[in-house]
Design a protein around this ligand. Sequence first.
Ligand code: BEZ
Length: 208
Amino acid sequence: MSIHIGDLTPNFDVETTSGKINFHEWIGDSWAFFFSHPADFTPVCTTEMGRTAQLADEFAKRNVKPIGLSTDYVEEHMKWIDDVNDTQKTVLKFPIIADPDMAISRLYDMIHPGESTTEAVRSVYIIDPDKKIRLMMTYPMNVGRNFDEILRVIDALQLADAKKIATPADWTPGGKVIIPLSVSNEQAKEIFPNGWDTLRPYLRVTEL
Ligand code: BEZ
């Protein structure tokens, strides 16, 4: 099954380190940061799990719940969490999905046979409270993800929803934003009373 941005995120029931969950019910009214890992007790994954735990307040501020996955059992995840906490100086509280039969990994296209037939690659799904997939990223096994980018893209998505804007290349919070083509100049006058710069008729930038 292929998954696309804008799709309803596939639902499932699964065992996690926080007990059994139904994915859609677990997301509830929050956003979700769903990210997969090749395996427990591996170095890059350990740093990523630790970083996610360290950023708990940043995710909570944005109403985002993190949830990890690797193709191991809950018992192994539990032992691994002790190592993550110890080596990354943190306390990991978010759930990690146990996917030993790769059912969820397959459902979410996280098994890329050119990398491994038994372990998930590093996929990221950002899911909104309507359970829609809003962003997908896929990293290979030997490259850890950039968590500044993960928070940045969540900020961009949430700002775009709130203010009907788009964000330019390398945007960071507080930076200039783009008035999308779907907004006419007439509409823009009402939404952006402080005006905007028209670099081209299709490229209008403004400060919020
Ligand atoms: C790691 O987390 O370091 C890792 C896991 C699987 C393959 C390669 C690297």
